[in-house]
Design a protein around this ligand. Structure first.
Ligand SMILES: [Zn+2]
Ligand SMILES: [Zn+2]
Length: 181
């Protein structure tokens, strides 16, 4: 078997594009087996398409990607493979002028994305940020998940539990006790 070469698939060399006039563009398809999001979370099976357009201060990326993130259903704790669709348009600013290497002034923008000094654009950085925004706040295995019983812990999607009935019985027992007094 041929050795597995790890290619930085989400990194694009934009040196040529930076030498073109404003409006020059390229499209790329990309795929990446796994992208670490934060701590233990990873976006796997990342696929997408990006259009890169030369702007006055760098490159505008229009990207659309999908990826799968492994979460847990908040009601029953079952593993949920959530497919995220990530769409964004963001500008990556050049740090240096491509022909002369002269440093460029930083953009007037909070938390901008940058193209590295050797003209590499790391789309993974942007995909990571937008994936975290696209993450569901309350992941569910299915919209009508019944969840775990708070008393006995049984997964009520799989088997009903008798906790409700027993609680009913307890109430009747209390009433009976009152009548008996
Ligand atoms: Zn569930
Ligand atoms: Zn129960």
């Amino acid at each position: 078997m041929a050795p597995q070469v790890t290619r930085p698939d989400l990194t694009f060399n934009v040196a040529q594009l930076l030498r073109e006039d404003i409006g020059g563009r390229r499209s790329h398809e990309f795929a990446e087996p796994s992208l670490t999001l934060d701590g233990t979370l990873a976006l796997r099976d990342v696929r997408g398409i990006v259009r890169l357009t030369r702007t006055a201060s760098g490159v505008l990326a229009d990207a659309r990607a999908t990826g799968v993130v492994d979460l847990e259903c908040i009601r029953c704790l079952t593993a949920v493979a959530e497919v995220l669709t990530i769409t964004f348009r963001d500008e990556f600013h050049a740090r240096v002028e491509v022909n002369t290497g002269v440093p460029l002034p930083p953009p007037d923008e909070d938390d901008p994305f940058f193209i590295s000094e050797n003209h590499m654009l790391d789309l993974g950085e942007a995909i990571r940020e937008y994936a975290l925004i696209a993450m569901p706040m309350r992941p569910l295995c299915k919209p009508d998940c019944l969840g775990l019983c708070a008393s006995c812990g049984v997964d009520r999607n799989i088997a009903p539990c008798t906790c409700q009935e027993q609680r009913g019985d307890d109430r009747f027992a209390a009433l009976r006790a009152l009548l008996d007094e």
